[in-house]
Design a protein around this ligand. Sequence first.
Ligand code: BGC
Length: 769
Amino acid sequence: MKTVQFRQVIAVAFLLVGHTAFSQEKLPQLGHAPVSEIIKLMTLEEKASVVAGTGMRFQGHGAVIGEADGRVPGAAGNTMSINRFGIPGTVLSDGPAGVRIDPFRKGDSTKSYYATAWPVGTLLASSWDTALVKKVGVGFGNEIKEYGVDVILAPGMNIQRNPLNGRNFEYFSEDPYVSGYMAAAMVNGIQSNGVGTSIKHFAANNQESNRNAVNAIISERALRELYLRSFEIAVKRSQPMTVMSSYNKINGTYTSESYDLLTKILREEWGFKGMVMTDWFGGKDPVAQMKAGNDLLEPGTPRQQQAIIDAVKNGTLEVKVLDQNVERVLLYILKTPSFRKYQYANTPNLKSHATLSRSAAADGMVLLKNDNSALPLNKSQKVALFGIGSYKPVIGGTGSGAVVVAYTVALEKGLSQIGYVPDTALKTIYVTQIKADLKTHPEKNMVLGSPHLVPEPELRATDISSAADQDDIGIFTIRRNAGEGADRKVEDFYLSEAEKTQLKAVADAFHAKGKKLIVVLNIGGAIEMESWNKNVDAILLAWQPGLEAGNAIADVLSGGVDPSGKLATTFPVKYEDEPSAKSFPGTPANRPAESIYDEGIYVGYRYFNTFSVKTSYPFGYGLSYTRFAYSNLKLSAATFSKKLTATVTVINSGKVAGKEVVQLYLSAPNKTLDKPSEELKGFGKTRLLQPGASQTLTFTIDPKNLASFNTEKSSWIADAGKYTVKIGASSEDIRMTKPFVLAKMLIVEKDHKAIVPQVSINELKKLTK
Ligand code: BGC
């Protein structure tokens, strides 16, 4: 249902009045004439319309904040067309987990426009497989193109600074190296189709609480080493067509108004060639945004256009600055399918994309526990499925990162399709509960923050005991969901009393019969596990796996796919153990005006490892149904010069075929500057190794891998001294080490002094000098 008509699209026609002097043929046309020639002939009004999108109105399904008034209903935004110069409009659509558009169109009852829900970013990162992520990107990009979209507002790649960030599911990791490489793989895959991406949200959008105004106060070093570093890697390795600036301020300035961020760092230092757009209605001052290098304002308002026109007229905005913004937008348009008049068919191959989504999902699931080989399941077992999530999976988070899908596969269906026999009495209880709940809570396609989840039914003791009697094994699915617009509450991190009680009752009943209980975690961010993980036999972290959820989970539980995912984010013992627990989401807590990142560089494993704080499951951790032995670590030299390679051989020493994720950490000398005990500087995944088969992986260490950001010198500096290469199966399970020496201190890179905090930050330090 349409609600408020938020704002009308500006009619281009009126802009053209008074430009009859040039006939259409004589005017330079985009693609045929240099853009500078077109810009010379544009009116000020036309220029202002190019740098602001066509606006939006609030609607039912589509984009989260609204729906663009354009040719792909439900897409989030558009850019303006100007016919007299042959400039077409282009279409921008959310979001990271799939093409977020309306499934139905007015006056078109014969066709649907459902999209594939891919596994969420956190799951994809847990695969540690950039080739796989690129492959997903290739399929995703095809769907983007075939639905007539020019730019997908993805991937999301903020650092998972704190487990309660409501949008963590959209992001990849707590580590910038993993985030950067995953984002680059996704961008390269998507853009290989000739469509664009918008890596987001640049930068430090690490919370949803008061996201539109919060001032993130971050040291230059933490910014450079963590929050900017991931974007730097993605920009340098994939040249995304566009970058989306974030809503928040950093050190007092809106990111969309920050010349330091968008021009000095992004363009001058990193060599970004594309266009920057705002997040939807992001920032305050359109003129400052133009000056900063934020070329496109989305979704675009008449007020913004007027402000730009006025500023040029009154001399507060130089027209040459605006011309540069216009030029970047035009250069972007030149690269789009819309410009090429690509005839999209609206019939992407959803079947083959679903198959790809399923296999990617299985490859990113993480086996956290598997006592006495509780998994894989024996063939054709009778399974007692507990938890609403076993019948109604959470396929992804909410907000713009959600996808409107034609179907989802539940675990119950996934298992029965491959010969398992789910308990029908339990199924009746859960399905009845779901149906009853749907009457009071009908499904919505647009939800922000934590959605309503069907409450777990109360089970009678006899329901549990008869399942434990009759079935061979129990499987209990625990769900969580969150998304754009709100952070998770601390309570959401812990199991509720009801969840704990039910889980324990089920575990006790199955154990009393000598049977096992498996837990499947269908969640988008870390939860507490220490208080209950000892009561269960195996735990599979399935994350939020996209529309083929149940099939992918069944693939792993059955052993059809060997689990090969590892955590790209730490699971702490308790929330208070998080280094940012005290400062997140800032002050005042109900609507934080500022958020001080006083943990500095000690985010995730950088903190837990350096300060020896116990975790439930550390960064990089994950089990398999087989085992891997590491041998033969070799460095190309004992002394570093220019670059160094490390090779290590991995052999499958177990009984089934599997893939292993190998991580390279580096410890650097820390006499003068705080350094984490180790930092990830490389990772690789073997191919599927049969038992007894081996593979040698090669890692390259470049000078920047050795360096830390020295704030006084605004430079990346590698200290002279002894470095240690640590090859790990996780950040805590280091299998082999080898030292090398850097003979002389190395200034690897000199950067701008930029985005300097206005206040002093009492940062966490290890070194006491
Ligand atoms: C979100 C973006 C999204 C945009 C368009 C914003 O609210 O933060 O991630 O791309 O809306 O829907």
